[in-house]
Design a protein around this ligand. Structure first.
Ligand code: MG
Length: 371
């Protein structure tokens, strides 16, 4: 029977970050995730769930109101298309709306959930299967004093984490002190990444990478533009990671040709969901580039999708992964992977294996189509 999309419902939930304000370079700060959850119902009665959670309005070219407006624009074009035919779903979305990958992400994820439920298989299996028993996760360390950041690393170490991503940028002297203090807190075998989120000018980044050249630290997205980052890449021997600059397959292909990266960060919504993120992951991995799997932000639904993509990434090429649902004051679904001892595993129930808590989701913002 056809799994044609019959109805798309959209929910909004604001979830506070229980650990307090999350701060990155440029004074960008966030104390809650404003998430958009999508329910796709098919003609044969299957239901799939997806989610998109932009990180505020000024992290990537994405924002919450844009996600909701975009989904409202797209939804009528998707009614009648088989949710299990992911390439066709994505082609229909691209035909109806140029660009705006983050708008498409929640729908793509929901259709993977439908496909898994119909097949009776977890999404991690559909993506190629599990590498290893679990996925080791990282924790980001919000911008603070060097001492406070080192302290936070020690607290996360006690919880079992072994990879830490420092938020730095904009204050080169203080940033050098932050990197040095946190590097001292790290133990052999742990991984430290200094993520400036594009917050340094090239002359600042050049000073920082030179000042930490004796430390085992990776440098992530030091400057804003790709070209600026490339100049810094060429003058540091530290492992080099790009995130915001690798926003498409074309950007990745250029970075491969330039030898610009050792690792990239894959955020599902940056590329338009699981379908496109998987392509980016596979092309990167095929070129020896390791991948960190995550999303801009998320609650439990995207956490399940992130875990599925991360767990299906070969361990040697898995730089790290993170599940942002661990930071939140309450859950939006049951059945989602949740970090324990610094690691998590993709679900083994069909699809994403999540059951949203309808009391938390409340009434839909809007619905398109009919069940
Ligand atoms: Mg980053």
């Amino acid at each position: 029977m056809s799994s044609a999309i019959a109805k798309i419902s959209v929910y909004a939930v604001q979830v506070p970050i229980k650990e307090g304000t999350y701060t990155m370079s440029g004074g960008r700060a966030l104390d809650e995730f404003d998430t958009t959850i999508v329910r796709v119902q098919t003609k044969d009665g299957l239901v799939g769930w997806g989610e998109v959670t932009p990180l505020g309005t000024n992290y990537l070219p994405s924002y919450t109101a844009g996600a909701r407006t975009g989904i409202k624009e797209l939804a009528p074009h998707l009614i009648g298309i088989d949710a299990t035919e992911l390439a066709r779903v994505n082609a229909a979305m691209d035909l109806a709306l140029k660009g705006h990958p983050y708008v498409k992400s929640a729908i793509d994820i929901a259709c993977w959930d439908v496909l898994g439920r119909k097949a009776g298989l977890p999404v991690v299996t559909l993506l190629g299967g599990r590498f290893g028993k679990t996925v080791k996760l990282y924790r980001s360390i919000t911008k603070d004093t060097p001492q406070a950041m080192a302290q936070r690393i020690r607290a996360f170490q006690r919880q079992g984490y072994r990879t830490f991503q420092l938020k730095v940028g904009g204050e080169p002297d203080l940033d050098i002190a932050r990197i040095r203090a946190t590097a001292r807190a790290c133990r052999p075998g742990e991984r430290l990444v200094a993520d400036a989120n594009g917050g340094w000018l090239p002359h600042e980044a050049a000073r920082v990478v030179d000042a930490v050249r004796d430390l085992d630290v990776a440098i992530e997205q030091p400057c804003q533009s790709y070209e600026e980052n490339l100049t810094i890449r060429r003058r540091t021997a530290r492992p080099f990671v790009l995130d915001e600059s690798i926003d498409s397959l074309g950007a990745l292909q250029r970075a491969i040709a330039d030898g610009a990266v050792d690792a990239i960060n894959i955020k599902l919504s940056k590329y338009g969901g699981l379908s496109r993120a998987r392509v980016i992951r596979d092309v990167a991995n095929a070129n020896g580039i390791a991948t960190t799997i995550e999303d801009t932000a998320c609650t439990d639904i995207t956490a399940a999708a992130v875990a599925a993509l991360a767990h299906s990434t070969p361990e040697a090429l898995r730089f790290s992964a993170t599940l942002a649902n661990v930071k939140l004051a309450f859950r939006t679904a049951t059945g989602a992977p949740f970090p324990k001892n610094g690691e998590a595993a993709a679900g083994s129930a069909p699809g994403l294996g999540v059951t949203p808590l309808m009391k938390v989701l409340g009434k839909p913002l809007f619905e398109v189509g009919r069940a």
